[in-house]
Design a protein around this ligand. Sequence first.
Ligand code: DHB
Ligand code: FE
Length: 282
Amino acid sequence: MSEVIWGMVTSHVPSIGAAMDHGKTQDPYWKPLFDGYQPAREWMAEHRPDVAIVIYNDHANGVDLDVVPAFAIGTADRYPVADEGWGPRPVPEVVGDPDLSQHLIEHLIDDGFDMTLFQELDVDHGLTVPLSIYCPDPGEAWPCRVVPLLVNVIQYPQPTAARCYALGRAIGRALASYQPDVKVAIFGTGGMSHQLAGARAGFVNPKFDAMFLEAIQTDPERLAALSREELIRQAGSEGIELIMWLVMRGAMNDEIRRIHETYHVPASNTAAALALFDNRGD
Ligand code: DHB
Ligand code: FE
């Protein structure tokens, strides 16, 4: 039987990946951020999953804006690293898990979530930066297979926080009936507060982030009740990425144990956070 062993939520700021790719993690600007990751990285290195379901958004890099699915899932056996304008990041190609993708698709569609399928997909910083945060030195290959699950957060109307939480619940139910004996980790990516353009460019909201970082464990229903407008008002226009954390939370048990958290302002324009949860409660 498959088992969800842990969930991690993390920001996916592209320059975090660039700092790693260019050997800048010990520079004064970046060191506090990467120091904050260390305890989580050590725990995750001791608890390796066979497969990670990475809830993320493409930023019009791998998927152009002609077609904008609310929710989509990758079905491929490999996902090339996207070229976002400076050439692909020097990290391994992402290896998929088509069997698990197929199982999720069938169960999610039967459960009322009409997923779009990506049979081919280049993965951008939304997915590769969280993988680098999980595993800084992958060498030739990432240490687990990956199922990319995409959420539209970049074009109005994005799915609601409540719908994302419900999708997570449905993923949890689907995994409960997945027979192969695999250990699964769930990544919820993006956030926390940030706004990249417009009159409020540079906006961050540590007070809101602190509430969200706590409630993602203890009161996800409160977060699922936030409207799109409220999320953007409180977390900035790109802070709405936080709805993806609710997909992770929905796929986990009601009681989960916080292994580590870290919060750092700023990483580029973003209030960056990581929180790691064991799926077994206290
Ligand atoms: C930044 C943050 C993001 O989430 C993103 O997708 C791109 C850039 C930033 O803070 O620079
Ligand atoms: Fe982003």
